[in-house]
Design a protein around this ligand. Structure first.
Ligand code: KIV
Length: 239
């Protein structure tokens, strides 16, 4: 699973045959320039889910229900329906909100759970579940999400051993981010993977390429050629 928030990225993830596109509320930080994911609105999520949908053929699209859009079951169901109308096949909810999750599933909308580090409500980005009590709580949360009917669960920022135990305890897929290699699947924020956003870099995120450097180089070359008068040349203008 990888994130996408726009049409061209959705096209690329389809071409690479990625299983799931997550229209994550990390949108707020890596695209919209907010400090946290908490400023993202349902309107933002609808806008970006529709863009992803236009570029999608084969991936399952999961869209995040943003901060406080799942405050009550009624609100969550209404918002989940709007995301589905925009193109989502399923929604993702942070935390152990089983009542709300059951309400959404009863409307025929599949739900992906999310435990461990919960960016919408955390005050500190740190590994969760190092202490036994916290690890047991995360395991309990994951199991209750499965019982509530989630079709998969994201495990964020937890030690490998804890992620392994949770993965083995669940019959639904556990998708890890900063949770080691024992999970059934992996997810990353695409902007981290391609090096497009460097203001906040989680240590678990591997940068496979530095796209920001390439874009900067292209922009500087363009500026130089315009200033020199070498662009546009005969090949890039009309007689
Ligand atoms: O919003 C998001 O991109 C996420 C991932 C970090 C799993 O929830």
């Amino acid at each position: 699973m990888l994130t996408a928030y726009d049409y061209p990225t959705a096209l690329i993830l389809n071409q690479a045959e990625i299983d799931i596109i997550l229209v994550g509320d990390t949108l707020g930080m890596v695209v919209l320039g907010y400090e946290t994911t908490r400023d993202v609105t349902v309107t933002d999520m609808i806008h970006h889910t529709s863009a992803v949908k236009r570029g999608n053929e084969t991936c399952l699209i999961v869209s995040d229900l943003p901060y406080q859009s799942d405050k009550t079951s009624e609100l969550a169901v209404g918002n989940a329906k709007q995301l589905v109308s925009a193109g989502a096949d399923a929604v993702k909810i942070e935390g152990n909100k089983t009542g709300i999750i059951r309400a959404i599933i009863s409307e025929g909308i599949p739900v992906m759970g999310h435990v461990g580090l919960l960016p919408q409500t955390t005050d500190r980005f740190r590994v969760r579940g190092r202490k036994e009590r916290e690890a047991n709580q995360i395991l309990e949360d994951a199991v209750s999400l499965e019982l509530a009917g989630c079709f998969a669960v994201v495990l964020e920022c937890i030690p490998n051993s804890v992620a392994k135990k949770i993965t083995e305890s669940l019959s639904i897929p556990a998708i890890g981010i900063g949770a080691g290699s024992s999970c059934d699947g992996q997810v990353l924020v695409t902007h981290d993977l391609i090096g497009l956003f460097d203001r906040f870099k989680p240590s678990f995120a591997k940068q496979f390429v530095n796209v920001k450097k390439e874009i900067l180089r292209a922009v500087e070359c363009y500026k130089f050629e315009v200033q020199q008068g070498t662009f546009p040349d005969a090949d890039h203008s009309y007689e």
